[in-house]
Design a protein around this ligand. Sequence first.
Ligand SMILES: [Zn+2]
Length: 85
Amino acid sequence: MRHFRMPRTTVTLLYGDRSYSFVPDAEENLKGRLSCDCRRSILIRDYCDSNFPVLNCGHSIAIVSLTDLDRKNPGSAPPLQRQVS
Ligand SMILES: [Zn+2]
């Protein structure tokens, strides 16, 4: 499957004093989805916290890191909060 050839990327978003880290299923899911709060908030809802509010367009959610795990240790967990369920 094409999936396994894709680099695994961990995305960390910061909203207020909370950070949300997740590994998207596929890199394509990210395209165009990190450009605006309205889309970033939906990513957080999808991957981290289903109670997260859907935000209006803006720039309240910061992208703290976008890490390609293949270039680091694939087995090591990100230091920040992981996907909850
Ligand atoms: Zn928007």
